[in-house]
Design a protein around this ligand. Sequence first.
Ligand code: NAD
Length: 259
Amino acid sequence: MDLGIKSRTALVCAASAGLGRACALALAKEGVSVTITGRNRETLEATAEELRKLTDVRISIAIGDITTDEGRAAALLACPNPDILINNAGGPPPGDFRDFSEADWQAALNAHLLTPIALIRATVNCMITRKFGRIVNITSSAVKAPIPSLTLSNTARTGLTGFVAGLSRQVAKHNVTINNLLPGAFNTDRLRKTAEGTAQASGQSVEVVIATRAAANPAQRVGEPDEFGAMCAFLCSAQAGYIVGQNILLDGGAVNITM
Ligand code: NAD
């Protein structure tokens, strides 16, 4: 299926690895010129080189922490006025809410609420003028089924969900869509990092923790980043203009709800 986005431009945040990288690759395979962001030049350049080998589009990089003014400025300088914006940043740490300082809360809100809003604010008007725009925020299944130990994530991402619910309905008439993709367990560094905490507490190996989690999933496995990227690319397609303000779970059915 031709997604109708060949020659479009995309800014994919926090894309040196994991789900961001998978979204960048899926878009590049559709002929989209992609700018990927990341904090470490060496890692980001290596990822960009991998993507260039797998596709035949222009891949550029923007170095910086996307949760800072400087990081966002670098991203927008490298990819001014993108047709497609994928908002993403590394997830907040787990823990009991009593143990987090105000700075921890500010950091989570900054990364998972204020940063995506700032990037949407910087790009949405050009999308409206162009009569095409696709914005996808990578959030979490925790938005639908909050995970007690991920209180920072639950809180900040739910705020973004409310923001998107309002704004997406205002811009849809311009063929600008904003949707959220909600990953469950995906095979990335983040999954291994969160499994490390459980492994330490339970005395099991990280492999056993992940295998146990996979076995409890209705699909009896964790997701692969490419599956996530494919869904992201479809949400960014020309055909997806009627998908507006949705929170789409990709979790193998782990969250058992009807809506
Ligand atoms: P990951 O840690 O495997 O990869 C994140 C990538 O983004 C890394 O390359 C990292 O260096 C980069 N990055 C992180 N913070 C950044 C920043 N501030 N600026 C620039 N680059 C940054 O994570 P992932 O599994 O790909 O997850 C992506 C998002 O999805 C995270 O917010 C995570 O919490 C969320 N999520 C992931 C899962 C999962 O199972 N993988 C489940 C639910 C939610």
